[in-house]
Design a protein around this ligand. Sequence first.
Ligand SMILES: Cc1cc2nc3c(=O)[nH]c(=O)nc-3n(C[C@H](O)[C@H](O)[C@H](O)COP(=O)(O)OP(=O)(O)OC[C@H]3O[C@@H](n4cnc5c(N)ncnc54)[C@H](O)[C@@H]3O)c2cc1C
Length: 564
Amino acid sequence: MARHPVTSFALGTVGRDQAPMTERAVKKYDYIIIGAGSAGSVLADRLSADGRSQVLIVESGGMDRSPYIHLPVGYGRLFYDTRWNYCLNAEPQEALNGRVDYWPRGHVVGGSGSINAMVYCRGLPHDFEDWEAAGAKGWNWQSVRATYDRIETRVAPDGSKSGSGALYVSDVSARIHPLNRHYFKGLQELQLPITANMNGDQPEGGGIYQINTRNGRRWSSARAHLHPALKRANVTLRTRSRVARVLFEGTRAMGIELRHRGGREVVHGREIILSAGAVHSPGLLQRSGIGPGALLQSLGIPVIVANDNVGGNLQDHQAVSYYYRATERSLNNDLAPLWGKVKAALHYALTRKGPLSLSVNQSGGFLRSSPDLPYADQQIYFNPVTYTVTGYGKRTVINPDPFPGFILCAQTARPSARGRIDIRATDIDAAPAIMPNSLSTEKDRAAAIAGGRLVERLISAPALARLVEAPMGPDVRGMSDEDILADCRARSGTVYHPVSTCRMGASAETAVLDSECRVFGTTGLRVIDASSFPNITSGNTNAPTMMLAHRAADLILAQGSTRA
Ligand SMILES: Cc1cc2nc3c(=O)[nH]c(=O)nc-3n(C[C@H](O)[C@H](O)[C@H](O)COP(=O)(O)OP(=O)(O)OC[C@H]3O[C@@H](n4cnc5c(N)ncnc54)[C@H](O)[C@@H]3O)c2cc1C
């Protein structure tokens, strides 16, 4: 890492962006949080709880008012909707036959946590042992488990609660679709492990996904944390305000420049925290002068700290789904016909229960594709529903198919591929270049084949074989290893879990942040969101992101120094 301190940062224009600057006489905030998503919402709550620290949270999207955000099954409506979603695309990937993968990201208060599928997975213990081994001191399983225990309220099927955290985690095992029973019978027939609690002491095995809902409504981090915090006088939320960059005096972050309604403003803060997510936080650092030196110079951005890891180390989960017509009724029968929709809507309106109150991801779990592996290498989804395919060749969850069907899906739990996300222009509205590099390692190609083989075993187990009327697309049964890999290249896609683009680690040689999420080479600047993960966790990334924000808040509140 090379450092190029500057004595002051001129408040000029950035690149082609010529919007007029209004430096308002604003109060100086103690904390400015950029992004009101899963992590930012936690931070606004925790850092303002003392009632004294002045907290500003700035969100590029609007308020989380849409009823589709709060209705769990509304997921399908938000998936391609630019009102709530950045609707990005990755670069064409050679290993995926040059295909362009669709990357939804939440652009609304609550961030991706307002548009996600609500599956709540803490991750497997060894994921966090690896965090600490990567140089993130103190982020081992024992300490992060204590944080999880503290932040959750777990709601059992009978409605009884344990824990006292703001984050509600619902066990919906009594309410999932009956079709799921065939998946569990299949696991038994194959003598594969089953767990009653994927977030418990024995997380490995087939199981039912717990979800972030409360009384049948999505319970995002914004609902759990930000909205209650907004009742405090010392918290200010600015929506539809996009931060263009962080401003520095030398290497000390001293404020932000934001865009609102065509104008530009400067706001000063004692500490600046980026929580813009794994796709946008690295871009914000890069536009602010912290990132790969050659890239910044090529765009004419003055370099404050040169660090190639900003935007690097991108990790994500890539999955392939197999679609089958079913011999018995599935969720499709409940949700596809008009009368089914009306019935489900009435059920929901009267009881806050029924299919509209659930995620489409109902069961699955963490399994080993081979018993001699030390850890579960695959995450499985069994969804009692199939969806219409759009003209782009992508899945859409807007309309279930008009016949019974189900999906079996495998994703490599801990891929080894490393990609990048970089800005391509200084223009703050320009979409970033997302280069996931999926299936680029031999290890990941082998794991993808192993995942396909595991799905083949499952679908061939008598209980599931009986459920198959016909495959709706490529059928993993009878595929050679080469066929499975070719199918992954042709059809696999992200399951929207990008992490690690500003990761924590031992030094700037391999990372962007120290173990307290402070940006190496700067003062007064942290990144706290999914980009801070030292490595991807085996499962869905929302729970670990919220846990990370809580633990980072503990660290901020415990000490005053912000020097990395
Ligand atoms: C379609 C989808 C389904 C998913 N399903 C699941 C699931 O079922 N379970 C699970 O665990 N995970 C799931 N995830 C992933 C999970 O939601 C994310 O890992 C998590 O929300 C990341 O949190 P974050 O705080 O890092 O970023 P986000 O929650 O994305 O928040 C970032 C926020 O920053 C704002 N922002 C960005 N740039 C700026 C700027 N310049 N100025 C101001 N604001 C800015 C954004 O608008 C956004 O609100 C899913 C994600 C998607 C997209």
